[in-house]
Ligand binder design. Sequence first.
Ligand code: MSP
Length: 511
Amino acid sequence: MPGKAFYVTTPIYYVNDAPHIGTAYTTVLADVIARYRRALGDDVWFLTGTDEHGQKAAEAAEKRGLTPRAHCDELSQRFRDTWAPLQISYDVFIRTTEPRHLRVVQAVLDDLWKRGEIYRGTYEGWYHVSDEIFVTEKEIEEKAIDRSKLRRISEDNYFFRMGRQRDAIREAVVSGRLEIRPASRRNEVLGFLEKDLGDLCISRPKSRLSWGVELPFDRDYVTYVWFDALLNYVTGAGYLQDDATFARTWPADVHLMGKDILTTHSVYWPAMLLAAGIPLPRRILAHGWWLVGGTKMSKSIGNVVDPLSYATKFGVDALRWYLVREMVVGQDAEFSDERFRARYDGDLGNEWGNLLSRAVNMIGRFGGGKVPSPALEHGGPSEPRTAAAALLDTLPGLVDDVALHRVGEAAMDLLRAGNRHVDLTQPWKAAKDPAKGSVVADALYTIAETVRVASEVLRPILPTKATDALAQLGVTPSGDLRAALRWGGLVPGTAVVPGPVLFPRVDPPAR
Ligand code: MSP
């Protein structure tokens, strides 16, 4: 019986918008988690995809004079085309318009209907005529919507009995069976669950919106957006299609998302699963927002950063590094050119690239181009060696905790210790004294080993650059991170392969 795979998901993205730094962030974060898990020996199931039904997609298509399907095909492809160069190693790219997903949604709807978890009722509310959407009192206030555009409407629709799941959801959150992170978000959800949970309107009459999934028990209606979208996580895990895959993958180990869609994931989704008799996911993790000049990056404000422009200019790995290192998972972070350059020049250039070129150059000059045989075992005790041992101990816990910024920082600490070791031992001075051959050998071994271990640690975050760095040391990356982190892995006699500067200078923008 194969074990349980580690199942990680991103939200599935709306196709009314192109990929940007916000969506790229969650996707890179999921990818880095997936790569660490694989390197630590887990079987991984990594899902991302696109959320294609509903009013917004239909309108975006109409504006472009396309059918919804043609529009969705194109935009969904645009996401795939962005994720490929960003090195996103997903196992499943799901689209909510796939026939297999329609079958899952309809099967769940049918089951809930037959068991009385869905009922027909009257939806009462304000309807925005030109926008074709229902709006709540709260939205009218907040967005200062012109009341002359609103009409009071009463319309028959279908409702999911979400309210009856409240106590069960609360129990799951309180007991930790459904973990919500960070703790501040968990409290927010528990606060929300204090109040009565209403039932959820899950349908629209086809006469108003046809771009959705037809209700199996009433062909005049479709379901759309959340009820349809959330189920992607089980469709993509093989639910009602492939029992062996579903048993291997479900429940999800972590659903990643931005804090704006926390409630749908930690209230609607568990309610749906509880009603359908499907086990709950283990963890929900909400990250913060990327801000530009202190405000959320968003299309309507017009401060959106295109992920590929940074990848083109600084390299894909540098972008992945910035996203992972700069944002403390759970908090907001500022995306700025200045901060980006500081991380690029500081962390990547001055610490990593610098230590690599120092190691390779000195081995060339004082070691005949081969990793020297150290006099003391593995180069003897040193600050980097102690730092590497500590890293090996803490890494699995940090990965479990999704504290990836701390993993990145620990790798930088190790590199900083390596650069200090160069300054401390000054091998170029010792090399002048024939009696100090063993001092030089120990120093060079320690420095090269530091770069090797740090590059292995960084590989899930910067897969290409880490592989390049290891290649300069004459090393093929290891598939087993724990083994790779053990000090002493570098084999004396290995020929180094001097290569280009790892992070070349990128000129600042012309003013
Ligand atoms: N389609 C829904 C999700 C359905 S999941 C069953 C959706 N899509 S979205 O395309 O609008 O947003 C996807 C994600 O991008 C959300 O997690 C959101 O938090 C994230 N971000 C959008 N802008 C963001 C920032 N400026 N910063 C960080 N993440 C942001 O919601």
